[in-house]
Design a protein around this ligand. Structure first.
Ligand code: NAP
Length: 212
C-alpha cells in the first residue's frame, strides 16, 4: 500500500517511515516544511509531500491507499493549536480521505480519549480534542482503526506490548513500538473498525493484533 503518514517528521512518524522502508508498504511522508524532505529521504520514505493540516491537504492523498495520522501540536503550543491541529486538522484529513476515496485510516489517538474526565485535569483539553477527532472518524465511512497508546517514551522498542480494547492500568510505551504496531495494523484486516489501548507488555505484536 502507498501510505500517507501525517506527522512523518514527528518522533513516532520518523520511526514509522524508517520501519516502513523495510516493509511491503511505501511511505508518502507528509511534512510542513520542505527542508524536512531530506530527513525523510534518509529514513527511506518513497516520497515526500508538503502539506499543512491547518489548510487543505487533499493533494497529499492522491493515489494513496491508506493514511496514518500521527501528527500533533505538541506540548509547547497553546490550547488553540490543540484544537487547530489535533482536532480540526485530523477532521480535515478524515474528510479529505473520504472525498479522495482513501478507505483505510489509522489514527494515533490516546488512552482516555474516550473519557477525558477520568484523566488528570491538565490533559482534559488535549483529550477532548482527540475525542472529537476520534468520534468524527468513527462516524465516517472509512475503514478506521483507533490506536490509543498510553504515555510515550523515547526508549528503544522492545517489540513486546499489551493491546486490548481497554486497558485499566497505568504504564507507558516506547514510540518505536507504537510505530511497529501501526505498521502491523496496516496488515491486520481484523483491526478495521476496532479501537485498542496500547502499552508495553509481554506479548508479540502480530499475535496480539490477531487476537483482538
Ligand atoms: P511529535 O514528535 O510532536 O510529532 C508531531 C508531528 O506533527 C510533527 O512532525 C509536526 O510537524 C506535525 N505537525 C504539527 N502540526 C502540524 C500541521 N499543522 N500540519 C502538519 N503536520 C503538523 O509527536 P509524537 O511524540 O510522535 O506523538 C505523535 C502522536 O501521539 C500525536 O498524535 C499525539 O497526540 C499522540 N500521543 C501522544 C502521547 C504522549 O505521551 N505524548 C500519548 C498518546 C498519544 P513538525 O515536525 O514540522 O513540527
Amino acid at each position: 500500500m502507498r501510505v500517507l503518514i501525517a506527522g512523518a517528521n514527528g518522533k513516532i512518524g520518523q520511526h514509522l517511515v524508517r520501519q516502513m522502508a523495510g516493509s511491503q508498504h511505501s511511505a508518502r511522508a507528509m511534512v510542513r516544511n520542505p527542508e524536512q524532505a531530506k530527513t525523510m529521504e534518509e529514513l527511506g520514505a518513497a516520497e515526500t509531500v508538503v502539506a499543512d493540516l491547518e489548510q487543505d491537504c487533499s493533494h497529499a492523498l492522491k493515489d494513496c491507499d491508506a493514511v496514518v495520522f500521527t501528527a500533533g501540536s505538541g506540548p509547547h503550543t497553546g490550547p488553540d493549536k490543540t484544537i487547530d491541529v489535533d482536532q480540526n486538522g485530523a477532521i480535515r484529513l478524515i474528510d479529505a480521505a473520504e472525498a479522495a476515496g482513501v478507505k483505510r485510516f489509522l489514527m494515533v489517538s490516546s488512552m482516555r480519549a474516550d473519557a477525558p474526565g477520568k484523566a488528570p485535569e491538565k490533559l482534559h483539553h488535549y483529550l477532548r480534542a482527540k475525542q472529537k477527532a476520534d468520534e468524527h472518524l468513527r462516524a465516517s465511512s472509512l475503514d478506521f482503526t483507533l490506536v490509543r497508546p498510553g504515555p510515550l517514551t523515547n526508549d528503544p522498542g522492545t517489540g513486546r506490548v499489551e493491546l486490548r480494547p481497554r486497558l485499566d492500568r497505568t504504564g507507558s510505551i516506547p514510540r518505536e513500538d507504537v510505530a511497529a504496531v501501526l505498521l502491523a495494523t496496516l496488515d491486520a484486516d481484523n483491526t478495521v473498525h476496532q479501537t485498542f489501548d496500547l502499552l508495553s507488555g509481554d506479548d508479540g505484536i502480530a499475535e496480539s493484533l490477531v487476537s483482538l
